[in-house]
Write a protein that binds this ligand. Structure first.
Ligand code: SF4
Length: 678
């Protein structure tokens, strides 16, 4: 049988790089690059290059399992699906639809996420959410409120047109490596790069101006930049007058954020704050990129709104080389949000508490009713599992027992459920707690669409068969839905996409036949529409086309260092791992390069603690302790420590305190102490 090249989308980050899987005799043999791809241009980072390693890993789940004493029993699909339907249907009947919850998956296709959302809603449950709750929920709230749309405003390759690139709270050189190629291209054309981060990351090495701020002081920094820009008369007056409302209130609110005062709060030199403000404001085209360093705070929504304010007063929106770019993490977290995997939205960002939304979906789905009102977020579902108010949860492709803060509490809460079903490709820490485990196909073993961080919807084709009796998520969801009385007759992903085309206006023209040439960027409302790479070219969707400037004040993080816990622990990613690590820790070439959990400490702190590079240390927070190897580095200021969150120990330590609106936990700031293990 000759070798065939199957087009696919990288299963890791949301840059959405495309490549071909070379398939021969039904085996995925290797990768062929895709030089014409608009975002990756034939390149892949270390994770993309290693993507096939997980497909044939011996840990892959091959058959449905049910809990049997302390172990597992293999069961047939019939038994597994019946058990699942009973496990969800029992509480549904006995306690009502809001006693059950659903976790959608940013690793799954749009079609699968749409079906999970639809299943929850047609069963009457409001409780459907996803891992965006842990990464970009503040972007959804903050950008919808200010700009009227929650996606990246400009496409990735437009970075090359920018003359000033401001990266805040994102180590994109390691997390979205392919994006940094476009920044280097802009730099080669003379662009200025500003990076704000508590840690001197690989991204910071690209910076002309590096702002090393204390964790959790982003609003103070952003307000300080706005203060300087207003004081020096650098705002775009014409743009502000034509396209915004709320400027006067903002000007009043930042009056006290002088560079000197902001320097005291953030630890950045006042002169650097002025330099950064001038560079961003006076460049003809400036862009802001941010990621979880901005969102994973109790002030995550405020941080996002402050970013939008900065872009709006300088008029750096709606043109090439400008924009606000929230860099999404997992490969389909943007699409999962688009499909309604958020407790407060139905598909297409229709608000769950709007009666018109309910009428729209009741009619679109041909059902008597769907629930009105915001449901429980993923983090709240865990809380309510712990208190016994949520009785059963269906988790698809997520691992909250590793990825949520204070993971020991998460495990106890999930253990408290009457029924937990987990559908995944590996036996994750969350799957270990389940009553039933359903083996799912990996991305290369199924087909469907993924929406990258630039809102690009791409079709990924099926290359190989899943291992053992594993099945694609779409089939499994439909089988469970049918057993629970829902009419889910979808033979394939294309049939679901056809329904999405009808129901989600932003995806109206994104049909299967139009997706062969690297996809389309939403909004794309009809078949003749070419897609919309740049948002807000003609103003905003609010009345008179004006965006809303929302003044925000600096509030300290929930935790600060103290006598007992003298360090601020912040968390993030490294180049060769991804998210909770369930895939990259099973990828031999990646694990070899970063096999262990480590904690970075400044040399002065290390001296005081009598810790040498490579020593084992215990890191302790008020929630628990974990062991890691010390890595001594000047990348951090004194009193700050850093740990990657790809290993199970890190989230034992992190804080459960949440942003009050977006309900995202403050992963980025935990008070901790570090002691050497003798
Ligand atoms: Fe995959 Fe992201 Fe790397 Fe591209 S940058 S190859 S999408 S992990």
């Amino acid at each position: 049988m000759p070798q065939v090249l199957v087009p696919t989308v990288c299963p890791y980050c949301a840059a959405g790089c495309g490549f071909f899987i070379a398939v021969e005799k039904e085996r995925a043999l290797g990768i062929e690059y895709m030089p014409e791809h608009p975002a990756s241009e034939g390149s892949l980072c270390s994770k993309g290059n290693a993507a096939l390693e997980i497909l044939y890993h011996p840990d892959r789940l091959r058959t449905p399992l049910k809990r049997h004493g302390d172990g597992w029993a293999r069961i047939t699909w019939e038994e597994a699906l019946d058990l699942t339907a009973r496990g969800l249907g029992g509480p549904l009947k006995k306690y009502g639809p809001n006693s059950i919850g659903f976790f959608a998956s940013s690793k799954c296709t749009n079609e699968e996420n749409y079906l999970i959302e639809k299943l929850a809603r047609v069963l009457g449950s409001k409780n459907v959410d996803g891992c965006a709750r842990l990464c970009h929920a503040p972007s959804v709230v903050g950008l919808n409120r200010t700009l009227g749309a929650a996606g990246m405003t400009n496409p990735i390759k437009d970075l090359a047109n920018s003359k000033c690139i401001f990266v805040i709270g994102s180590n994109l050189a390691e997390n979205h490596p392919i994006l940094s190629r476009w920044i280097h291209r802009a730099k080669d054309s003379g662009a200025v790069v500003i990076v704000a981060d508590p840690r001197m990351t690989h991204t910071a090495w690209m910076a002309d101006v590096f702002l090393q701020l204390k964790p959790g002081t982003d609003v103070a920094l952003l307000n300080g930049l706005i203060h300087v820009i207003i004081k020096e008369g650098l705002i775009d007056r014409e743009y502000v007058a034509k396209w915004t409302r709320g400027y006067e209130e903002l000007a009043e609110s930042v009056r006290d954020y002088t560079p000197e005062k902001v320097a005291e709060i953030t630890g950045i030199l006042a002169g650097d704050i002025v330099r950064a403000a001038r560079s961003y404001a006076i460049s003809p085209a400036s862009v802001i990129l941010y990621s979880m360093g901005i969102t994973q705070h109790t002030t995550g929504t405020d941080n996002v709104q402050a970013i939008a304010n900065l872009a709006l007063i300088c008029g750096h929106l709606g043109r090439e080389g400008t924009g606000v770019m929230p860099l999404r993490g997992q490969n389909n977290v943007q699409g999962a949000c688009d499909m309604g995997a958020l407790a407060d939205f139905y598909p297409g960002y229709r608000k769950a508490d709007d009666p018109e939304t309910i009428e729209y979906f009741r009619a679109a789905w041909g059902v008597d009713s769907v629930p009105l009102g915001r449901g429980l977020t993923a983090t709240e579902m865990i809380d309510k599992a712990g208190t016994g108010e949520i009785k059963a949860i269906y988790i698809v492709g997520e691992d909250p027992a590793n990825s949520d803060p204070c993971s020991q509490n998460v495990r106890a809460a999930l253990d408290n459920l009457e029924f937990l079903v987990v559908q995944d490709i590996f036996m994750t820490a969350t799957a270990q707690l389940a009553d039933v485990v359903l083996p799912a196909a990996a991305w290369a073993e199924k087909e469907g669409t993924y929406t990258s961080t630039e809102r690009r919807v791409q079709w990924s084709a099926k290359a190989i068969e899943p291992p053992g009796s594993a099945r694609c998520d779409l089939d499994i969801i439909c089988e469970i839905a049918k057993r629970l009385g829902a009419q889910f007759n979808y033979p394939d992903a294309a049939s679901v996409l056809a329904e999405i085309n009808r129901v989600v206006p932003q995806y109206g023209g994104i049909t299967r036949p139009r997706l062969d040439d690297f996809g389309l960027i939403w909004p794309c409302p009809n078949l003749n529409h070419p897609g919309t790479p740049i948002l807000h070219t003609q103003g905003f969707k609010f009345s008179e086309g004006r965006a809303t400037i929302v003044p925000v004040s600096y509030k300290p993080a929930a935790e600060d260092s103290s006598w007992d816990y003298p360090f601020i622990l912040t968390t993030g990613r490294v180049a060769v791992h991804h998210n909770a690590g369930s895939m990259t820790r099973r990828s031999p070439s990646l694990l070899e390069r970063e096999p262990n959990l480590f904690v970075e400490i400044n040399p002065f702190d290390a001296l005081r603690l009598k810790v040498a590079d490579g020593d084992e240390v215990t890191v302790t927070t008020p929630r628990g302790e974990t062991v890691a190897y010390a890595r001594i580095t000047e990348r951090l200021k004194k009193g700050v420590a850093f740990m990657p969150f790809h290993f199970p120990g890190t989230n034992i330590l992190t804080s459960e305190v949440r942003d009050p609106e977006a309900m995202i936990p403050e992963f980025k700031v935990s008070a901790c102490k570090i002691t050497r293990r003798d």
